[in-house]
Each structure stands twice: as C-alpha cells, then as structure tokens.
Design a protein around this ligand. Structure first.
Ligand SMILES: C[S@@+](CC[C@H](N)C(=O)[O-])C[C@H]1O[C@@H](n2cnc3c(N)ncnc32)[C@H](O)[C@@H]1O
Length: 369
C-alpha cells in the first residue's frame, strides 16, 4: 500500500469515529474545520430540498416580483396568491439560501443569487426543466443498474426526424428552445476563446436553432454559415436565419449525423454540447465523420462541459454525470479522454483553450493537418 493510502486510511478511521468527531467539534483549533465539514455534509444531504425551494421561487416568479421593488411579506403573499404563513416560510428559506434578502421596513428584496437569476433567464429555464430530472432521480440505484423504465429525460430528448408535438408552442422540439436559452453564454465563451474570424465557412453540427452561428455571424461579417441538424430542428434554424436577414450567408441542412455523411465545404466545424450526449461508439463515428468533412487544414471546435474540471467538478461529474445517466446515453468526458478520441478519429493535434467560465462548457480545438 502506498504511504498516502496509509495516511488516508488513518484519516478515514478518525473522521468516522464518533469520539473523534465530538473531540474535534469541542477543541478550539479543530472546531472551525469540524463545523465546515459538518455543514458541507449537511448541504450534500439536503441539496434536493434547496433545489425544490429554488424551483418554487422560479415557478411562482418570485424573483421577477422582487425585481420590481422590495415588498412586504403580506404584499408578496397577495401577489403570489399564497397564504401569508406559507409565504413567510418560503421567504425565510429563500433568505437562508441567499436567493432573497431582508430589506429595511420589514420588506424583502432580491438576494445575491436571486438577482443573478433575474439577469439570466437560461438558469430559470433549466430550473423549470429540472422537474423532469427530479422525477427520474427518485431511484438513482435503479438508474445505475440500468433497470429504470423509460425516463422522463429520455422522452424529452427524443432526437427524432419526426415533427414533434411540441408542448412549448414554439416550432421545433422543446429541447431546442431550452438549449437556445443558454446558448448565448456558451457561444460567447467559445468565440471569445477562439478567433473564428480567420475562417471562411463554419459548419455547426447539431447546431439547434442556429444561436451559435448567429453569434459567430456577428463576430465575423465575411463568415459563411452552415448548420446540420435533424429535419424539424434544421427547419426551425432556417426560419430563424431568414427572419434575421441571414439567408444569403446561411445553409441549414437536414440530416442524421449517425447515418448520413456531413456536408463538406466548411474550413471549421463545431460540435457544441453534442458529443457528451452520445455513447462512445456513436461519438467516435461522429468525430470520424467530422474529420472526413473537413479539408486538409480544417479545424474542429469541440465545446461542452467536461469531467474533472478544476473548480467545477460537481458540475461535470455530479450534475452532468447523473443528468446524462437519466437521459439514458452519453457521459461527460475528461479533456484527455476527448483528446484521445480526436486523435483516434485522425486529428493531428489538439489544444484545450482557456475559457473564462468553464462551468457550462470547455473548448478543445483539433487540427486536421
Ligand atoms: C444538446 S443539443 C445542442 C444544441 C446546440 N449545439 C447547443 O449547444 O445549444 C444537441 C443537438 O444535436 C442534434 N442531434 C441529436 N442527434 C442528432 C442526429 N442523429 N443527427 C443530427 N442532429 C442530431 C439535436 O437535434 C440538438 O439540436
């Protein structure tokens, strides 16, 4: 056994001993650490309750209400059509989570986290969407054993060539609108980290409603834009490009990247939040298809949340790990793992670019030649 394993085994024995725990909580030098650890453990145990409090705030549009102006509990109760004591309970919980803040004259305003939500509707859309994940995660062991029935997320992410029934009333599948709401954040991360201006034509594979290409079009006026997605999604993108006057610069191509060849003609190809949705075989097939579609000097941009991200490991490994488990396919991969896959697909060199906020996505750039 390595010496570090022996040290950690002793630490584990101490930390799991009730006698040591009592001593550490009382001794002045260990007390702060013992309290921090107890608090961290409690937060992991109670995280699902915190999320549901946030869900109630979002569903009731509490943050929009408080963004108007700070208000009394009675005023909030009347606007939310909730009994006063329930409103007070929700406000107390939201204050404890820094979603709401107490203000002067017994009023309540936005807390630091609640205010960030008002300026970022994508997070609100994700919180609403989590009602599906919440149902799927009620039996995590069943999911891990692979014997869960068809999950809510598997039904949501249908990836079908058929026109969807669409609960949202917007054209295209509901997931396209959800992805679109968070795409501006991802697009600016990617396009700030990589100089797209040096290219002639960008093909965004699995490009959704075209949000990434629309952002790229603003950064490089000369850039031609191609999008490849399933028929109902590509149709939504084409309508959007036309409405924005981007018709002459864009082509939205319908197809299935698991069975069809990707169109050629672009010198840079992007896969934004696409590879992590797929199991290894499908992901490798798509990377090989991307390699074939690019010219000799072509570049692939692969952007998605990744496993093992320093400072964001809970996002990549806990959140996306279990989100994709519930969806029934795909997994978050480390940059090293993705780099190996890119090399195996034929790419010559890969580079992990620095992004400001690697929570939502990190960026790998791969060179064909
Ligand atoms: C998670 S979404 C990402 C959308 C967009 N790139 C973004 O980041 O907002 C995955 C996209 O891949 C598309 N897609 C999934 N399977 C596909 C397939 N077999 N062929 C073509 N597109 C597919 C979906 O329709 C969807 O638009």
């Amino acid at each position: 056994m390595a010496w570090s394993d022996r040290v950690l085994a002793i630490r584990d024995r101490w930390l799991s001993s009730p006698r040591f725990q009592r001593w550490a909580a009382a001794f002045p030098l260990t007390r702060p650490t013992a309290r921090r650890r107890a608090r961290a453990l409690f937060d992991v145990c109670a995280g699902f309750v915190y999320s549901q409090i946030l869900f109630a705030c979002v569903r009731l549009k509490l943050f929009d209400l408080l963004a108007e102006e700070p208000q009394s509990a009675a005023g909030i109760a009347a606007r939310l059509s909730l009994p006063l004591d329930s409103t007070q309970r929700l406000l107390d919980a939201a204050v404890s989570l820094r979603l709401v803040e107490k203000r002067s004259a017994e009023r309540y305003g936005l807390g630091a986290l609640g205010a960030a939500l008002v300026g970022n509707p994508a997070v609100g859309a994700m919180v609403e969407h989590h009602s599906l994940l919440y149902v799927d995660l009620h039996d995590p062991v069943g999911l891990l054993r692979g014997n869960a029935p068809k999950t809510e997320l598997a039904k949501y992410w249908t990836y079908s060539a058929e026109e969807p029934a669409g609960a949202s009333g917007r054209p295209g599948p509901d997931y396209t609108a959800l992805m679109s709401s968070s795409q501006p954040l991802v697009a600016s991360e990617v396009l700030d980290a990589y100089p797209i201006q040096k290219h002639r034509c960008l093909l965004d594979v699995g490009g959704g409603d075209g949000s990434f290409l629309i952002e790229a079009s603003k950064r490089a006026q000369h850039l031609q834009l191609m999008l490849f997605d399933l028929p109902p999604v590509a149709k939504t993108a084409a309508l959007r490009f036309e409405a924005l006057g981007l018709g002459p610069r864009t082509r939205a191509i319908s197809g299935n990247f698991l069975t069809d060849e990707l169109p050629d003609g672009a010198d840079v190809l992007s896969l934004v939040r696409v590879i992590h949705d797929h199991n290894d075989d499908a992901a490798m097939a798509l990377l090989r298809a991307a390699y074939r579609a690019l010219p000799a000097e072509g570049v692939l941009l692969l952007a998605e949340p990744m496993s093992g991200t320093p400072g964001a490991a809970t996002v990549g490994d806990a959140y996306f790990g279990f989100y994709l488990l519930a969806m029934g396919r795909g997994r978050p991969r480390t940059p090293e793992n993705l780099q190996q896959m890119l090399l195996a697909a034929g790419f010559k060199g890969t580079q992990l670019m620095r992004t400001r906020q690697p929570l939502q996505s990190r960026l790998l750039v791969a060179q064909k030649g």
